[in-house]
Design a binder for this molecule. Structure first.
Ligand code: MG
Ligand code: ZN
Length: 214
């Protein structure tokens, strides 16, 4: 007997909607990033620096995913760009349907880069495609020396990895080289760039690796 499960049907619906999201973004000329990473890795800080350094050259929009708060969205909004807050309540990831609703309340005609800050979590966001162009993972040396190895699904999907809080690497006894080796093993095409979300160090290099539209 063929058994069809609700979970599979929901995942398929999510994938279909992700494809539609991508189509809409392409029609409007928007290049979109999914920014994933643990709570406290520095996703908002890195987005803040990206916005600061890119907003003279590009029209940027941000979707900030969070369970219940607006603190991150408010921080980015001070840069005078369109920001939408997406609250997930008890759900620990964004999905294509919530992102679609957030996209619909952004002025997509006037935007050419969209950063989507996913909920702080390195595990399940990797299973929910949003329909974006590029995956940026923000992790940090304070997450320990095995962070890449322990999250293969997320790092396999990454196009670019910011290894944040590099100023703390000695105190944390974490080798950036060995994290880079771990990433290379899982995903030879991804690049890892050291960053400091407080000072903005490394963000220019991150931008160079971002394949941004001209
Ligand atoms: Mg944040
Ligand atoms: Zn989740």
């Amino acid at each position: 007997m063929k058994i069809i499960k609700l979970e599979e049907s929901a995942l398929r619906k999510g994938r279909d909607l992700a494809r539609e999201n991508k189509k809409l973004l392409d029609e409007k000329g928007v290049y979109a990033f999914d920014v994933m990473g643990s709570v406290g890795s520095g996703k908002t800080s890195i987005i803040y620096w990206l916005v600061k350094k890119l907003k003279d050259r590009y029209d940027i929009g941000v979707i900030a995913g969070d369970l219940t708060t607006e603190v991150d969205a408010e921080r980015i909004e001070k840069e005078n760009i369109p920001v939408v807050q997406a609250h997930t309540g008890r759900v620990c990831h964004l999905d294509s349907s919530l992102v679609r609703m957030a996209m619909e309340s952004l002025p997509l005609e006037d935007i050419n880069i969209l950063f989507i800050e996913n909920v702080g979590n390195l595990i399940c966001p990797a299973a929910f495609p949003l329909g974006i162009h590029s995956e940026l993972v923000v992790t940090s040396v304070t997450e320990g020396p095995y962070i890449v190895k322990k999250h293969p699904y997320t790092f396999q999907r990454a196009d670019l990895v910011a290894i944040n809080k590099i100023d703390l690497r000695d105190a944390m006894k974490v080798s950036i080289e060995s994290l880079k080796e771990d990433l290379k093993e899982l995903n030879p095409d991804a690049r890892m760039i050291g960053t400091n979300g407080i000072t903005g160090e490394g963000v220019d290099k991150l931008i160079q690796c971002m394949n941004l539209p001209r």
